[in-house]
Structures are given as structure tokens and as C-alpha cells.
Design a protein around this ligand. Structure first.
Ligand SMILES: *[C@@H]1O[C@H](CO)[C@@H](O)[C@H](O)[C@H]1NC(C)=O
Length: 230
């Protein structure tokens, strides 16, 4: 019994230490997020449940992201265009002319059929580094009017993971698989949109990590599955 209590205490202390470590992150320190973040800062979440081979439910902390929307038909093309806009922002295309650290993942909110010619509305996001998450130190202000800082509320997502190099059809295939798995388990999700999340540079050849995210179906009295533009 004493042993058990001791083990639990050690675990609690360890959990706190890890948390403090993540929260206290400053430039230069080693960030120990999930391995698939490749040592880059990535948003904090807690894993609620994992059903192996089906899905994982995560709850992300409220966070700031930098975002840009691209209308188009191809995920690859839109993600490429959006990526370059955000990359320019972190390279110093902002009022303060400051460089911002690269983070993970590159997330893309995908809303099919929203444009006049049925184009998809792709919004590409970079997570804003932890030092700019605090209200007292806001991220640099984008100069490109197509780029904005958005505040995400706490976000619950159902995650499907896969490896390899993901192209247009791969995202759709895995989004469909995740949706089917959720349906089979009786879990209702928003059908109008999904997110893709890529964690690796184009140069990484092995152990690439990709995710598709679906959001819980909105109840009548809540409307917070979208980011709030600030
Ligand atoms: C993309 O979708 C978002 C969310 O529905 C919307 O606010 C925005 O206006 C859309 N952008 C375009 C160019 O349609």
C-alpha cells in the first residue's frame, strides 16, 4: 500500500514537472513535446481516449495560431500557397520585422464546396510559439492582409493518424476512414469540415506522421468550433 502511494506521488510530481517544463519554455531550451513534433514546439493537448486503429480523442488548450485562407481545388496547391504566406510571416514579414520560430504542425482546415465554383476553402495554420501565447507578449502583427492571428478556444478533436507522404487523395481517404470509424462507434461529428495536420518537412523520408481531425457535432447551443479572428 505504502509502495503504491509512493508510486502515485512520484507520477504526480513527474506530471507536474513535465507541465512546468512545457509552460516555462523559452528560446533555446529543449522542448519535449510528442515525438512526432520533431523537437518543434507544438500545441498542448491531453489525450482523452485512444481506440487503437480507429481514433484518438484529444482536447487542445486554447491557443493562438497564425492563419491564411486559400480557395482552390487541390489540398497540395492550397497548402503550398498558404505555407509560403505563413513562412514569409515567420521570416519577418510582420510590422515588428521579427523572425518567429517554426512550429508544428502545419494544419489545414478544409471546408469543401464553399466557393462559387465549388472550390474548397482551405485555411492553413501555424501554431504560434509559446512565448507569444501569453496576452502580455502578443505575436508580431502580420503585414500581409491575407494573414491573420486567430484565437482558438479549447478544441476537442477526433484524430486519425497515418504515415508516409500525404497527397490530395490520401487526406480524403483517411478523413473518410476516420468518419466511418466514428460512425461505426456511434460518435456524431461535424460533416462540413475537417482538419489535416502534417508534422514533417518535405525532406524527412521515414516515419512521417500525418493526422486528420474531425470535430464533435455542434450542439444547438454552442458555436465555438471555429477560430475567432482577432
Ligand atoms: C472560409 O471559411 C471561413 C469559415 O466558414 C469563412 O469565415 C471565410 O469567409 C471563408 N473564406 C472565403 C474566401 O470564402
Amino acid at each position: 500500500m505504502a509502495h503504491l502511494i509512493q508510486s502515485v506521488l512520484v507520477l504526480v510530481v513527474l506530471a507536474h514537472a513535465t507541465q512546468a517544463c512545457v509552460r516555462g519554455f523559452g528560446g533555446g531550451a529543449t522542448y519535449d513535446g510528442p515525438g512526432f513534433c520533431n523537437g518543434l514546439q507544438c500545441p498542448n493537448y491531453r489525450s482523452v481516449i485512444t481506440v487503437p486503429g480507429k481514433y484518438e480523442q484529444r482536447v487542445y488548450e486554447p491557443a493562438k495560431w497564425v492563419a491564411t485562407t486559400v480557395m482552390g481545388l487541390s489540398h497540395d496547391d492550397a497548402a503550398g500557397t498558404g505555407f509560403m504566406r505563413l513562412f514569409n510571416y515567420i521570416q519577418g514579414e510582420n510590422v515588428e520585422e521579427m523572425e518567429v520560430e517554426m512550429t508544428a504542425p502545419v494544419a489545414v482546415r478544409t471546408i469543401p464546396g464553399q466557393g462559387p465554383a465549388c472550390e474548397t476553402n482551405f485555411t492553413v495554420y501555424f501554431f504560434v510559439p509559446f512565448k507569444y501565447q501569453d496576452e502580455s507578449n502578443p505575436p508580431p502583427t502580420p503585414t500581409n492582409t491575407d494573414v491573420s492571428i486567430v484565437d482558438f478556444p479549447e478544441l476537442t478533436v477526433y484524430v486519425g493518424e497515418f504515415d508516409g507522404r500525404a497527397h490530395d487523395q490520401d487526406w480524403i481517404t483517411h478523413e473518410t476512414e476516420l468518419g466511418d470509424a466514428l460512425t461505426e462507434l456511434g460518435i456524431a461529428f461535424e460533416e462540413s469540415m475537417y482538419y489535416t495536420a502534417g508534422y514533417d518537412s518535405p525532406f524527412k523520408l521515414w516515419h512521417r506522421h500525418n493526422e486528420v481531425w474531425l470535430l464533435p457535432k455542434k450542439s444547438e447551443d454552442s458555436s465555438d468550433t471555429n477560430a475567432i479572428e482577432s
